[in-house]
Design a protein around this ligand. Sequence first.
Ligand code: SF4
Length: 359
Amino acid sequence: MATNTQLPPHIEKMRSRVGVGFKKVHNPVGVYGARTFESLGYDNSLNMDDFKNNLEIQVSFCDPDRVVFDVVHVDAPIANAIRRILLVEVPSIAVETVYVHSNNSIMHDEMLAHRLGLIPLRIDPRSFTVWKKGDEVTTQNTVKFSLKVRCEMNKSAPRDDEAPPDVLYKGHKVYSGDMKYVPMPGQSFAVPPAPVHDDIVLAKLGPGQDIHIEMNATKNIGKEHAKWSPVSTASYRLLPEVTITKEARGQLAMGLKNLCPANVFDIEDDHAVVRRPRDCTMCRECIRETPFSDHVELTRKRDHFIFDVESTGVMPADSLVTQALNVLVEKCDMVLEGLDTAIKRSSGGDSDVDFTAAD
Ligand code: SF4
């Protein structure tokens, strides 16, 4: 059995870093095989206790719309699972069914319905159940809205044909803020449901035109349709590392500082020093040409992920991350349960084990 002795530096670097060259990336794929380095006496297997002891999460920015945090000492598949769950498996509420009573605007009913579906709604979905086609509409699975706007001449507008339509007509633009929550009997909220933004233009009307629509908003996930995705972006990048491999001083140091668009370098005692490596965008300008390329090395830390999550506004960004982690835990439990069942069946003499039972 291999023990955790240190790997030789060049192999450790290959294992733990992604090299960034000017024309190509080195070692982009991680080494996850448990026995890959066994001959060197290094145990590369995933150990649950080590994982628990080493995992670090540091939040560097958090407001209701955006959270930036570092997850350190995890493998890419886990970080990627969190990202993908944020995109398509954290539920939200969006308009699903639209009843058009009247729409004589220039916009087709289908297009208008599509636009209504994409309006982010500030409603916490956690107390709701998922509505499926054919299900009864209840206070637990549906929030109703109505949209009723009519465009008329503005009698107090100046008699000037050159005046903009917003001045000449009342109700010329139909905004998301015109969507009004319609309470169902027995349904109540601390804060009435409403669109996150009031100023999204849904359609434009001419005098005499009107739109009258009723709609049902329901809970679902982005995997079903992108309108239920609660995030604008959920991305990560590996921690950049900028190393000065050979002392750069004088004009060379000043040149290095000046060519970096992210202001990563400073000058100290006539030497170039790396001051803000985290700001590096990996533009590779500093390794484009000699003599600078002889002095700088760029790498990324393979197990250090900087997440940037932006909410559409339907829920606070930090709450979305917590929910994504809960979904990941549920998935792990499901796999464990499936494996447990499979092992029990296998040990009971059933050789035809159905691993799809985990579904
Ligand atoms: S890669 Fe670009 S941003 Fe990063 S240190 Fe070099 S010049 Fe600056």
